[in-house]
Design a protein around this ligand. Structure first.
Ligand code: HEM
Length: 107
């Protein structure tokens, strides 16, 4: 039996507008609205073999976002569609080229 996060994480029973890029849906992570059944969201697997780096990865991602997003606006550098490369992990086939625009700081 295979459990496929890609499928479960796009299940309309759990996520409104599942295909929409909506970071705000996670604004109350790690208990998204307290309404998700256990394992409706499992990026780090679960059970005895759960990812040992989950806490580190979440902290790293939070720090990166909190460091970069206030300084820069990020946008796609081209409107070429992004192809997926599903290997052991899922990644963009040709990377994702982004443009960074510095935000103007209010003093
Ligand atoms: C966004 C980042 C990451 C994601 C999405 C991720 C995801 C996963 C998943 C899905 C598994 C398999 C869990 C299972 O079998 O149920 C796993 C296992 C594992 N991960 Fe991660 N991981 C991430 C970052 C990391 C980091 C930063 C480390 C180390 C510092 C790490 C170390 C491991 C190890 C050692 C296992 C094997 C655990 C075992 O089999 O007992 N991971 N990870």
């Amino acid at each position: 039996m295979l459990l496929i996060p890609w499928i479960t994480h796009r299940d309309a029973r759990f996520y409104g507008e599942p295909e929409k890029f909506d970071p705000d849906r996670w604004s109350d992570y790690p208990t998204p609205s307290g309404r998700l059944p256990r394992f409706a969201y499992f990026p780090f697997g679960g059970g005895p073999r759960v990812c040992i780096g989950a806490g580190f990865a979440m902290m790293e991602a939070t720090l990166l976002l909190a460091t970069i997003a206030p300084r820069f606006r990020l946008g796609l550098a081209s409107d070429r569609s992004i192809e997926m490369l599903p290997l052991v992990t899922l990644r963009p086939k040709n990377g994702i080229k982004m443009m960074l625009q510095e935000r103007h700081r209010r003093l």
